[in-house]
Design a protein around this ligand. Structure first.
Ligand code: OGA
Ligand code: MN
Length: 291
């Protein structure tokens, strides 16, 4: 088996060919995948057929797989698998949803609202619409590198507050499929502070670590200062040259590094067409400030 790695765009992404993820991967093949993941922040495998247990097993090669807070969207037999889907159990629009229907339609980094945010997430596409429904990724290392030295100096040492309820108050509140969080769920996700610039544990590269979904504010700044700086950073990090757009085919396995990228789903597809994905999430460490 020869692992072939081809880059997908200037600042992130690589397609990996020559691997069947459902088979037993040698340590040597896995080491090449891990190197590509660390170097390119996003790896794409085409034409895979993983059942949920196989996806969890492959995910665990990278680290512990974690179960999502929203138990309603977890797969009963494999709770480490979170279902992202617009299908319902009985096939009617009003039926019980099979998964999170409007997942991630805003720029975010998975679980940045946790003290130990997700290292990586993996989506395995089972059914995709005939057009649209892409996922976009933004390179937070390259975006940091492109800042001026005075801006880098200003940001170094700052922390920002990340809060899951921020997304509920903004984007989620408009969604039909998202009942308000229970007090018990809220208690599991108190606001947390993270460095605005974090050092990647594997590569040592600095990356911006703020996102519109979950970052409420930069600590220590006045409210309007924080808003202005965050808005600037969100515009800057999503400049076209930092963004890669993945167009899904059934069978795709896409894994991304939440320490190095933001991502968002593009809600441009015909909702009468199925989009059904299995997501696994790999645990990460508490972010460490760069510099
Ligand atoms: C996610 C997510 C985006 C998509 O599952 O974490 O953001 O395109 N999904 O489904
Ligand atoms: Mn996400």
């Amino acid at each position: 088996m020869t692992v072939v790695v081809s880059r997908l765009s200037g600042h992130l992404g690589a397609e990996i060919q020559g691997v069947d993820l459902a088979s037993e991967l040698s340590n040597a093949a896995f080491a090449q995948i891990l190197d590509a993941f660390n170097a390119h922040s996003l790896v794409v495998f085409r034409d895979q057929t993983l059942d949920p247990a196989q996806q969890v097993a492959f995910s665990r090669r990278f680290g512990p797989a974690i179960e999502h807070l929203l138990e309603g969207f977890r797969m009963a037999e494999n709770p480490e698998v979170f279902v992202v889907s617009n299908l319902t159990e009985d096939g009617t629009p009003k039926g019980k949803p099979k998964g999170a229907i409007y997942a991630g339609q805003y720029w975010h980094s998975d679980l940045s609202y946790m003290a130990e945010p997700a290292m990586a997430s993996m989506l395995h596409a089972k059914r995709v619409p005939s057009a649209g429904g892409d996922t976009m990724f933004a390179a937070m290392h390259a975006a940091y590198d492109a800042l001026s030295d005075p801006m880098k100096a200003f940001l170094s040492g700052l922390t920002a507050c990340h809060d899951y309820t921020h997304a509920y108050e903004t984007v989620f509140s408009k969604l039909p499929n998202r009942p308000p969080m229970t007090d018990e769920q809220k208690a599991k996700v108190p606001p947390v502070d993270h460095p605005v610039v974090r050092r990647h544990p594997a590569t040592g590269r600095p990356a911006l670590f703020v996102n519109p979904g979950f970052t409420r504010r930069i600590n220590g700044l006045a409210e309007d200062e924080s808003r202005a700086i965050l808005d600037f950073l969100f515009t800057h990090t999503t400049r076209h040259e930092f963004v890669h757009r993945h167009h899904w085919r059934p069978g795709d396995v896409v894994m991304w590094d939440n320490r190095a990228l933001m991502h968002r789903a593009v809600a441009d597809y015909d909702m009468s067409e199925a989009r059904h994905m299995h997501r696994t999430t790999i645990a990460g460490d508490a972010p460490v400030a760069a510099g």
